[in-house]
Write a new protein. Sequence first.
Length: 216
Amino acid sequence: MSGELLIAQEKYLEAGIHIGTKIRTPDMIPFIYKARQDKLYVLDLKKLDERIRVAAKMIAQYPPESVMVVASRTYASNAASTFAKLTGVNIRKGRVIPGIFTNPVREDFTEPKLLIVSDPKGERQAVKEASVSGIPVIGLCDTDNSTKFIDWVVPCNNKGKKSLALIYYLLARETLKARGAISSDEQFTTPIEEFEEKASEFGEEAAEEGVEEEAK
């Protein structure tokens, strides 16, 4: 199985990318592999991997300036920022103010053609406005997420810092490959450590809504 994955299976397991929460929504049932004895749900690694591949191909189809990634969580901030820097897409950190996609009179009004959300629960305002505006949404979805208004689900642990770092690392690498900017994994030289959280980088801008205890 490892040879078929974007990265060694051990790396996925070490990052806990497949470890969900103790809550399972009906929307996420197709992506769940099993429930552990401690009642945490485990996501299907193969489906997770496949959906990262497709998400990267989707992102590569759009001009970088027309794509926006949203990161309201502290742990998502640095990972998403590094992804944005490497791929040239726009980023919105912290709470999304109502009207950013729907109110043209706002100074920060923007009209992305594709939206990536790090947590549909914490970034529900962005997801809702994208739906109203007809903007397709790629969502990093944990076992406790609703996938309403999410056009492409990437099932994953969206609460752990190592998990988020690995997700955005792979999305960046695969997006650049899909664009033809690099032709192999070896040409992607940014270490995964660059995607991991940096102390005090995000500060008070982190959104309070939807933030739950990190999955262990």
